[in-house]
Ligand binder design. Structure first.
Ligand code: CP3
Length: 346
């Protein structure tokens, strides 16, 4: 394993907010900021298919720095995808333009599940670590680089369902009907994810985010069976950099999530900032939670709503972000207005 390079950052606001240090103003970045809505990204989309973009370190670097240079965010998030982890297990994943991910061979039985064993993620996903090193060269210390992975429950959703879904009924049913198979896979995904995130740290990311995008589909008691223990294990197993836990829709569990070693908790836009502060005792950094659809409203409205959000969260122990990924149809000017509205505070 290579040693993480010591980089002096020109802008370390994100790391200071994650460490709970005093800041002049909160840092701001946007989930799914790399790709989707930027015209320069669309050009690369026409030239290379999705996994070629993900697997080519120079393209990863080029796409990752785009929002830093073009939108002015205070942090970069690596261009990649959570589903590369399924590929590391030998699962075929297709990205169908206009439709999203498709997994032709899903797992449905204990026998299917038991066929899988822990992959050598550092080896199979070496292109991600190469992408991190290429990105750090391109960033040249401008802002911190965030690595990421999908949470075990969210990855299991795709592995069982085989495609995107509103409620992932088959994945939930799999957990209830075949708990032994579900826990076998969740355990494997957890171990692989700990190794994967630590490999990203060794390659040079300065923070990591764990995306549990579908946490809110589970009833609270089921979240505590099929997601929370694995999130906690990952938070405990990743060392060297702060970890942001985004359990979307699981605000009911904020008090317990705040007890894990995570440095920050992500909130979606249905969460109340005041309630989230109260539930977490004001002791942990919170990230979020601007409704991404508000970026489609006129700029003065965006500015007004950003001020409201920041008044509600307060400027300390806070990372301004969206409550979920930026929508592909957002005008880049509106994304810039969001970022500038945060940066004009303080
Ligand atoms: O934040 C970033 O911009 C970094 C890159 C990133 C991508 N995916 C690139 C991508 C990140 C952090 C992700 C995470 C991801 N991927 C999640 C968790 C976050 C979330 O939004 O809930 C999930 C659930 C996925 C799985 C996935 N990948 C789906 C459902 C889709 C299709 C629909 C969509 O979101 O666009 C993808 C494809 C994907 N991943 C695209 C991008 C830029 C769009 C396809 C393309 O650009 O060709």
């Amino acid at each position: 394993m290579s040693v993480s390079p010591v980089v002096t950052l020109k802008n370390d606001l994100l790391l200071r907010a994650l460490a709970g240090e005093a800041v002049q103003r909160p840092p701001v970045w946007m989930m799914r900021q790399a790709g989707r809505y930027l015209p320069d990204y669309r050009k690369l989309q026409d030239q290379y298919d999705f996994f070629t973009r993900v697997q080519t370190p120079d393209l990863v670097a080029e796409i990752t720095v785009m929002p830093v240079h073009q939108v002015g965010v205070d942090a970069a998030i690596l261009f990649s995808d959570i589903l590369v982890m399924l590929q590391a297990f030998g699962v075929e994943v297709q990205m169908v333009p206009g439709k999203g991910p498709v997994i032709p061979h899903t797992v449905r039985t204990l026998e299917d599940a038991r066929r899988f064993t822990l992959p050598d993620v550092e080896d199979v996903l070496h292109y991600v670590m190469d992408g991190i090193r290429a990105t750090q060269r391109a960033l040249d210390g401008a802002v911190p680089l965030i690595g990421f992975a999908g949470a075990p429950w969210t990855l299991l959703c795709y592995w069982v369902e085989g495609k995107g879904s509103k409620a992932f009924d088959d994945a939930r049913a799999f957990c209830f009907a075949q708990p032994e198979a579900a826990h076998y896979l969740l355990d494997l995904l957890t171990e692989a994810t700990i190794r994967y995130l630590n490999a990203q740290v060794a390659a040079g990311v300065q923070a990591v985010q764990l995306f549990d995008s579908w946490a809110g589909l589970l009833a609270p008691a089921d979240f505590y069976r099929f997601s929370f223990p694995y999130l906690k294990r990952i938070a405990e197993g990743v060392s060297g950099v702060p970890l942001i836990l985004f359990a979307r829709g699981a605000e009911h569990a904020l008090a317990d999530l705040a007890q894990t070693p995570a440095s920050a908790l992500g909130l979606d836009w249905t969460a109340s900032p005041e309630q989230a502060r109260a539930l977490t005792g004001g002791k942990i950094t919170l990230q979020g939670n601007f409704d991404p659809a508000k970026l489609l409203a006129p700029v003065p409205y965006i500015q007004q709503e950003v001020r409201r959000m920041m008044d509600a969260f307060g400027c300390q122990r806070y990372i301004a972000n969206l409550g979920h990924g930026i929508l592909p149809q957002v005008p880049p000017d509106h994304a810039r207005a969001f970022v500038e509205a945060v940066q004009s505070v303080g």
